[in-house]
Design a protein around this ligand. Sequence first.
Ligand SMILES: C[S@@+](CC[C@H](N)C(=O)[O-])C[C@H]1O[C@@H](n2cnc3c(N)ncnc32)[C@H](O)[C@@H]1O
Length: 238
Amino acid sequence: MSGDKPSQMMRSWQANAQAWTHVVREQRLPSRRLVTDAALLEAIEQCSPTRVLDVGCGEGWLCRALAKKHVEVIGVDASQPLIMQARAADPYPQRYHHCAYDQLAQAGHALGQFDLLVCNFALLDEVLLPSLKALSTRVTETGHLLIQTLHPWQACNGQPYQDGWRVEQFSDFAGEFVEPMPWFFRTLGSWLELLAEAGWQLQLLREPLHPQQQQPASLLLVLRQCSAGDADTFEIGK
Ligand SMILES: C[S@@+](CC[C@H](N)C(=O)[O-])C[C@H]1O[C@@H](n2cnc3c(N)ncnc32)[C@H](O)[C@@H]1O
């Protein structure tokens, strides 16, 4: 690997786009098949959204699933090859936009506002504050941000429980993925601190369990934007 970690991470989603598309569409990730896809869809349904932004949509499985349920949904991703895969698999290809999270902050962004923003295993960078603040500009006043991410206690994988860059080698899919993917590990405390700093208030925290291992397969957070009245709460909590 060469270059800085965030660029390597984004480069991997370009180089691995085809392999990733096959793995997702063939449901070859057991945790997704058995737990996290259903947990995400259930949490989305409970928010009863009318307009959803799939943030880091990848090859577009979630957009397709929501569109089937007649939910209006738009997908954005910074990987052009994944956006192309998503467009090719959807009768409404216009729903996918090649866009990095930070670009969503542009005032009067053409995509408009959404009552639900969903990030499914898509917040992988060390510096996330600008992205999380950019997302605030896309959500309606009463809307929500739903994040599903690796469960920190599971993802820690015997390494020190502290923030830092890790590398996904995709070793379960030997030979198919051409680039390793650096990603930034965060402790639970670090996630909560970051989200509060970005102005997102936690409404719900779930830890969907793997049915056989009885261990958390992911961490699922539902948040809403802090209003002026919430500010004191965070000051006190500091
Ligand atoms: C693990 S994949 C998940 C894709 C999809 N959400 C899913 O559930 O299959 C992570 C995705 O996040 C995208 N991504 C990561 N950082 C991004 C950024 N700053 N801006 C836009 N997309 C980003 C990658 O291109 C990749 O498609």
